[in-house]
Unconditional design. Structure first.
Length: 198
């Protein structure tokens, strides 16, 4: 896809992977690791400005990111919850962006075509929040206008990013996609084995 310098992606990979029992970003996924697959999804959609937020076992993950030329941000507060990683990621984004994708680092089954579809809808109305939906259910990654960045950085709502964006529900759009991967995160050994067809 054509490069989109006006867009970026923040990939969250700082958590403990406690339910999995293994460090999720570096688990094998096809010929890659899970984090490499997520990075590939973003790049295939033409989004070249990436930031990966690291925390737990960062020293294992950073060499992989460096090998792929992907900038990373270490979140020293990752134990305080995912919202601190969201803040760390968006704080490091360059100015002048129109919007950014927010991806979970354990969702390698999302199709790059889904990001492309969200971008196409963004181009028609570049404002607000775009959520991919599969069979009426919202999934990841949302495409979020950069206009919300200051608000994200300014506060820490009890309900996290979901609560903050929920206040802007009237500015949200749902985009139906043929991609069940937007609903499939790999939280447990069972979900991981299923993703591998085992």
């Amino acid at each position: 896809m054509p490069a989109r310098p006006d867009l970026a992606a923040v990939i969250l990979a700082a958590g403990r992977s406690s339910r999995m029992g293994s460090f999720k970003p570096l688990l094998p996924f096809g010929p890659h690791t899970i984090i490499e697959q997520v990075i590939s999804i973003v790049r295939e959609a033409g989004v070249q400005t990436l930031r990966v937020v690291v925390g737990w076992q960062a020293d294992l993950l950073i060499p992989v990111l460096d090998r792929h030329g992907v900038p990373w941000i270490r979140n020293e507060r990752f134990e305080e919850g995912m919202y601190t990683s969201v803040q760390a990621g968006v704080r490091d984004l360059p100015t002048g962006l129109g919007a950014f994708f927010l991806l979970l680092g354990d969702m390698p089954m999302v199709q790059s075509a889904t990001l492309t579809r969200l971008i196409a809808d963004w181009d028609k109305r570049p404002a607000g929040i775009f959520y991919p939906c599969f069979e009426g259910k919202r999934g990841h990654p949302p495409l979020i206008a950069s206009a919300y960045i200051l608000e994200i950085l300014r506060e820490t709502p009890p309900g996290g990013l979901r609560a903050l964006l929920g206040r802007h529900a009237h500015e949200a759009r749902e985009v139906e996609v043929a991609d069940p991967g937007i609903l499939e995160d790999l939280d447990t050994p069972e979900s991981y084995r299923k993703s591998l067809g085992k």
